[in-house]
Design a protein around this ligand. Structure first.
Ligand SMILES: Cc1ncc(COP(=O)(O)O)c(C=O)c1O
Length: 462
């Protein structure tokens, strides 16, 4: 069937054609312009009409199938799914979309809920209630509870090598709030563009754009962000994930760290360090320390309890030099009246009693075991594929052989009840790198990792 479909793409956009097609179709479905059950042109036909390569459309369709917007049936082409539930408003930073019910959900993001240290948290929360009872109940200090800022200072110094003092710490509602405060502050400083890693977090890209800054994608290779490309971009601020790049998992090399520090001096710029999974490191050998320690006057270091405890706590922290912290506090004063204080006191107690460190050890040992299962299963069921990066965090980047069809693998996996994101969803620009999958293992038991990868192996076509 030679169907036609109007799709708007902009060739000189910083967004890849795949992501533009994907976003356009999603919008048309969400706004009720593309109706349930509508059959779409074949990938070959649409690619021809748009004058783009067929793999661009195959990837876009594959991701939309994986997100539950489209369905592909053998011989019946690709259609808009029959029933789309009313979608609640979803913040840009979350990967929700229309999530199909599946046996194995490999999307990165979130933490392992069963591993939350319930007993320890309860004990610390009770203590927090006791302490709060003794002091007066009032609005919390805007920068955070002093007890937590003290504990965070020693924890961050001890575990991540962050150079800071309690006066330079601000407790926030996760990295999302940190970024939400930083974007307008950068604009006040006369900065109109924020460089971001490519591939990177697609939600952060959108969030930065919606905050009125240009989001400038800068390529990442196996040493981390390409600092020459960053310098050429003209941006004066950059958002990086140096310890465990999201999503490729690589660690910023020593040479690149030095180059980044030189760049920041040269352009009088700012580095935002997103240490989102900083406490989760289970690779043998030395763990990378925070980038902040090499240039504390130019880095805004941000951490979060979302991976190590729970994203539901909405708890994060910033370590920033004096002038920046002051601007962040002023920006915050226009948004809220501080972070809920019992959670802060409970977390301070978890840190001071050593219970948080004990919890991290347990979490790391569970994650190490899942990563080992992933390495083994990939070797066995996805020959030619490689798991990149050190043992760290709650996800891994599985690079596929060049000849692999990423979109087809993602769509095939869903037919076997495995929801996995292809790397295309994380790229802003057309890619030169190999196809890949971003595999989150936070929600899976070890045996689930093996089973999910076995299902991927059953649909591979290389
Ligand atoms: C790259 C990256 N940064 C930060 C976060 C955490 O954000 P928040 O602290 O707002 O939950 C995540 C969570 O998945 C992430 O993937």
């Amino acid at each position: 069937m030679a169907l036609h479909m109007a799709v708007e793409v902009v060739r000189d956009s910083t967004d890849s054609l795949t992501s533009q097609i994907q976003e356009f179709i999603k919008r048309e479905i969400s706004e009720g312009i593309l109706h349930p059950g509508t059959r779409l042109p074949s990938s070959r036909r649409l690619a021809g009409d748009l004058d783009v390569s067929r793999s661009v459309v195959v990837e876009a369709y594959g991701q939309l199938v994986a997100e539950g917007y489209l369905e592909a049936a053998q011989g019946a082409g690709t259609r808009v799914v029959g029933h789309l539930e009313d979608k609640p408003v979803v913040p840009a930073l979350l990967d929700e979309g229309q999530v199909p019910q599946v046996r194995w959900d490999l999307r990165p993001g979130g933490s392992n809920v069963p591993d939350f240290p319930r007993r320890e948290w309860l004990r610390c929360y009770q203590q927090a209630l006791h302490v709060a009872e003794l002091s007066h109940h009032d609005y919390p200090p805007l920068a955070g509870e002093p007890a937590l800022r003290r504990e965070l200072t020693s924890y961050l110094g001890r575990l991540r090598g962050v150079r800071t003092t309690p006066e330079h710490i601000m407790v926030v509602g996760g990295f999302a709030q940190a970024l939400g405060l930083l974007c307008p502050v950068l604009r006040r400083l006369g900065i109109d563009a924020l460089a971001i890693e490519d591939p990177g977090h697609p939600g952060q890209r959108q969030f930065v754009r919606e905050s009125g800054l240009r989001a400038v994608p800068v390529p990442v290779d196996d040493e981390g962000i390409d600092v020459d490309a960053l310098a050429a971009s003209g941006a004066r601020a950059v958002l990086v994930t140096p310890a465990h790049q999201f999503p490729t998992g690589v660690t910023l090399s020593a040479q690149r760290r030095e180059a980044l520090a030189r760049w920041a001096e040269d352009v009088d710029g700012w580095v935002i360090e997103d240490d989102y999974d900083g406490g989760l490191w289970y690779e043998r050998g030395v763990r990378p320390l925070a980038l902040q320690r090499t240039m504390p006057d130019r880095v805004v270091y941000a951490g979060t309890a979302s991976k190590s405890l729970s994203p539901g706590l909405r708890l994060g922290w910033i370590a920033a030099p004096e002038p920046m912290l002051d601007l962040l506090l002023r920006a915050r004063a226009r948004h809220d009246l501080g972070t809920e204080h019992l959670t802060q006191l409970a977390f301070a107690e978890l840190l001071s009693t050593g219970l948080f460190d004990r919890h991290l050890r347990r979490l790391n040992s569970l994650a190490r075991s899942r990563r080992q299962a992933l390495d083994e299963a990939v070797r066995r069921h996805l020959p030619g594929a490689t798991v990149l990066g050190p043992g760290a965090g709650l996800h891994a980047y599985v690079q596929l052989p060049r000849r692999a069809d990423e979109g087809a693998l993602v769509a095939g996996a869903l037919r076997r009840s495995v929801l996995v994101r292809g790397a295309a969803a994380f790229h802003a620009r057309p890619r030169g790198d190999a196809p890949a999958l971003v595999v989150g293992h936070a929600h899976l038991p070890r045996s689930g990792v093996t089973e999910a990868v076995r299902a991927l192996g059953a649909v591979r076509r290389w």
